[in-house]
Design a protein around this ligand. Structure first.
Ligand code: GLC
Ligand code: GLC
Length: 823
């Protein structure tokens, strides 16, 4: 069942009913000011940091779901309703929400009034615009009032939910003309405040929640809109809100625009700005806020800002586009997957409807992988991100597992010891170098442990990453796992017996020899990449060392990491095998199968270059298919654990079929898909891809439940009670890895050091397609005629001339290169 449809021309998902199976959200903002907005106008806004600078309040775990947003109440005669359906839930004659690139438009119509609100954050502004267009669709004159409504958060979102003894006494506001100012704590250490204004004369305002809503009323019963008149309340403590009353009379067919602006403003003493407007230091200096409101005070100004946003996205998304007969493929590649990659760049794992914005910092492993998904869109910011992340690496090559975005410092509470972290840095830098050819990044001097005295070149950081694994090998020559590897829940050294204790940070048992085959596979890939980087920098000694180490690790994996039909997952603390047919549960795990094959481990070739069908790589992926496959994607392991296995850590704490215990983790399915393309099995690869890609799941939205336009971290696995149900949408490494998979391996166009590789492996269902790729200033138009036969590889013609191999040499900036690929 569908609840809307894609409008690809407009780059929008159009939601046709408020009754979606879960709130379907969007993100506004791409610089410093961000908003989450659901299809019924729920969500919240913040400046830079979702925990420390939250402007508006949101209620998690509330009944009904999704309470807290920015709403417009209409009082039309005796009828009171809200145009976003929630919170009043009055029947609407028309409802539609369009989520687009950095904007959302919500339209509700009732009793001859159509109210359409466009929410967006203009480029260069620290503000959310809410442009409301009201149209009289009846054949009589209409006189009515509109009441805006939002609730302020007292800045620190965590404190805001816990410290009521203080917070209920400190709320302060000012009202000046049509602008409402939220200035809690401004009298003391804050130099920032929020403003909520509208470009029209107001008939009244409210800033005190209890006055506007009532104490025992719900938002649907809010007193002021039902009374039809604002009370001009001034909040003093309790719960500050912002509400304007705007009265209108519209002739039949007539429309009126109102531009509401919710802004964040800082008066910066260092820039010579006065904090106060008066000598008594009671009134905020509002100069900056007034300038902000003035910039957006007309419909034309708001429209121009909106148009500029559209141009920004058109330009961004033109770096990689595909035209194929498969609309779902086109919309994933051209629009939504890239859009989600940008959102993960902006948000990391902080703020979504599953992440509260007050929990995690930026992950070392998460952020380095995210780079793979957005480096082609914003290479300069990827460069900056790489250097920020590298500065949190420790001198022995290990890394703080997380760092805080405001301070960019490593998080001491969590510390280090996740032994996959170091190699991701190499993988992220490799992607950057291939995309940009900017080797100067390797010479950048970057601190270790955020300490300038310990600074070394980025190249040295990569060397330490590489050596870290070699310095931390276990009894089988496989890498020690530490607290966990990519799988946060495989905690083989830290046994927790106390309820509520963190599995990852509980004390490691002494003498742990637990080893990870995943890190082994990851090392084979990363060491190979590091060898290339070293060689190009003239360091042949390190290059040789790395190649030898990669070959040795590959050997160790095939010898000690092989179970007979697939790769083992680990050796535990006691040296016992994890992920073996000898066990009754958790016999096979997905991570090492996909990653080993994508790194080339166990791929043997015949004399004519074709892969040997009986080689370990084929057997591993055939086992994956047979044992991990399901209608909704590949589960993480099988059979799931049914009882608590203390020696494995968090993994078996999840009920069977959920999360890391047999859930479909959409982040690691791509590794298998890439593996299939390495083996030349495009049809199988594309099949796996379609199972989890949201656009292909749109038809089963009632099962999938989360947004049909973005990936979720997890879909419940085949042993789950609710197989096929997704959770944790938006902020997941799934976005980056699926974009890598579809753009670089299925469609097969990827940047390499000396040219653009064209090597599609998508099977027969997409017989022809054209990819347009902008890389290093040139544009490549690649037309593919695809038999889709397993094992066939592309022959290339570049500007009409056949070439050897599958790498198109880079052309000078400004050039357009025509490539024909036939397979
Ligand atoms: C979450 C984490 C990620 C981890 C994965 C598997 O998505 O953000 O770092 O790799 O879970 O446990
Ligand atoms: C839990 C989750 C995992 C996530 C981690 C983040 O272990 O299962 O997916 O990566 O928490 O701390």
């Amino acid at each position: 069942m569908k609840f809307g449809h894609f409008d690809d021309e407009a780059r929008e998902y159009v939601i046709e009913t408020p009754l979606t199976p879960y709130p379907w959200i969007n993100y506004l903002g791409s610089e410093d000011f961000f908003s989450l907005v659901s299809h019924t106008a729920g969500g919240y806004t913040f400046y830079k940091d979702a925990k420390m600078r939250r402007l508006t309040r949101y209620r998690y775990n509330d009944i009904p779901t999704d309470s807290g947003g920015r709403y417009f109440f209409i009082k039309d005669g005796d009828d009171v309703w809200t145009s976003s359906w929630l919170p009043m839930k009055k029947d609407l004659d028309f409802f539609e929400t369009r989520h687009g690139m950095g904007y959302t438009r919500i339209t509700g119509e009732r009793g001859g009034l159509r109210v359409s609100t466009l929410y967006f954050v203009p480029l260069g502004e620290t503000a959310e615009v809410q442009k409301v267009t009201i149209t009289n669709t009846s054949d009589t004159v209409k006189t009515f009032s509109l009441f805006s409504y939002l609730e302020f958060c007292l800045w620190n979102a965590q404190d805001d939910q816990t410290n009521y003894q203080r917070n209920l006494s400190i709320g302060e506001v000012e009202v000046d003309g049509s602008a409402i100012y939220h200035k809690t704590e401004y009298r003391e250490r804050r130099d920032h405040y929020a403003v909520y204004g509208v470009n029209a004369e107001i008939a009244g305002f409210d800033t005190d929640r209890e006055t506007f809503v009532g104490l025992y009323e719900t938002l649907a019963e809010a007193k002021v809109p039902h009374a039809g008149a604002s009370a001009n309340s001034i909040a003093s403590g309790w719960y500050p809100i912002g509400s304007h009353q705007v009265d209108s009379t519209l002739q039949p067919g007539e429309s009126r625009d109102l531009v509401f602006v919710l802004g964040y403003v800082e008066n910066n003493a260092e820039n010579g700005e006065e904090k106060w407007a008066d000598d008594a230091k009671q009134v905020i200096n509002k100069t900056r806020a007034q300038a902000l409101l003035a910039r957006l005070s007309t419909t034309e100004a708001a429209d121009a800002a909106f148009d500029a946003l559209g141009v920004y996205w058109t330009d961004l998304l033109s770096a990689y586009t595909v035209t194929s007969p498969d609309d779902k493929l086109n919309r994933m590649v051209n629009i939504w997957n890239q859009y989600q990659c940008m959102v993960t760049f902006n948000m990391s794992r902080s703020a979504s409807y599953f992440e509260t914005g007050i929990g995690r910092g930026m992950g070392f492993r998460d952020s380095t992988q995210d780079i793979l998904g957005f480096v082609h869109l914003i290479p300069d910011r990827a460069r900056e991100r790489i250097l920020d992340i590298a500065a949190t690496q420790l001198p022995d090559g290990s890394a703080y597992h997380q760092y805080q975005p405001l301070t960019k410092r490593g998080n001491n509470e969590l510390g280090s010891g996740f032994n996959d972290d170091p190699a991701w840095l190499i993988i992220g830098v490799d992607a950057y170098l291939k995309e940009t050819g900017d080797y100067t990044i390797l010479d950048e001097v970057v601190p270790f442990d955020n300490n300038d005295a310990l600074a070394e070149t980025l190249y040295t950081h990569l060397t330490r990453s590489f050596e870290f694994t070699l310095n931390n090998l276990g009894p089988h020559g496989l890498p020690l796992i530490g607290r966990a590897d990519w799988n946060d829940c495989l905690n083989l050294n830290c046994f927790s017996t106390t309820p509520g204790e963190s599995f990852q940070t509980t004390e490691n048992q002494a003498g742990g020899v637990a080893e990870s085959t995943f890190i082994a596979a990851q090392f084979v890939l990363a060491a190979g990449q590091y060898a290339t980087i070293a060689e190009r920098g003239g360091d042949t000694v390190q290059a040789d060392k790395a190649r030898t180490a990669a070959a040795g690790m590959s050997e160790a994996l095939l010898t000690h990491g092989w179970d007979g039909d697939w790769f083992l997952r680990a050796y535990d603390f006691y040296g016992n095998k994890v992920g073996t047919s000898e066990d009754t549960e958790g016999q096979i795990w997905i991570e090492p199968q996909g990653f080993a094959v994508l790194a080339g481990v166990g791929v043997e070739h015949n004399a004519d270059g074709t892969p040997v069908q009986t080689s370990p790589a084929f057997r591993a992926l055939d086992s994956v298919d047979r044992l991990l496959g399901s209608d909704h994607g590949l589960v993480l392991q099988y059979p799931a654990y049914r009882s608590y296995r203390i020696e494995l850590g968090e993994v078996s704490t999840y009920p069977p079929g959920y999360k890391e215990n047999g859930g479909i983790f959409c982040h690691n399915n791509p590794w298998v898909i890439i593996g299939e393309t390495v083996l030349g099995r495009g049809a199988k690869a594309f099949d796996h891809y379609r199972k989890i890609a949201p656009a292909y799941r749109e038809e089963i939205s009632e099962v999938h439940r989360t947004e049909p336009y973005v990936y979720a971290q997890m879909i419940a696995g085949k042993e789950a009670v609710r197989h096929g149900e997704a959770k944790n949408s938006w902020l997941t490494g799934t976005a980056a890895w699926n974009f890598v998979t579809v753009s670089q391996y299925l469609l097969g166009v990827r940047t390499d050091y000396d040219g653009l590789v064209v090597d599609p492996q998508i099977g027969p269902d997409v017989a022809e397609f054209t990819v347009t790729r902008r890389a290093r200033g040139a544009t490549y138009v690649i037309t593919v005629a695809n038999s889709g036969r397993d094992g066939s590889r592309a022959s290339l013609e570049v500007d009409g001339v056949a070439i050897e191999g599958r790498t198109v040499p880079y052309a000078p900036a400004g050039a357009t290169v025509q490539v024909r690929a036939t397979l």
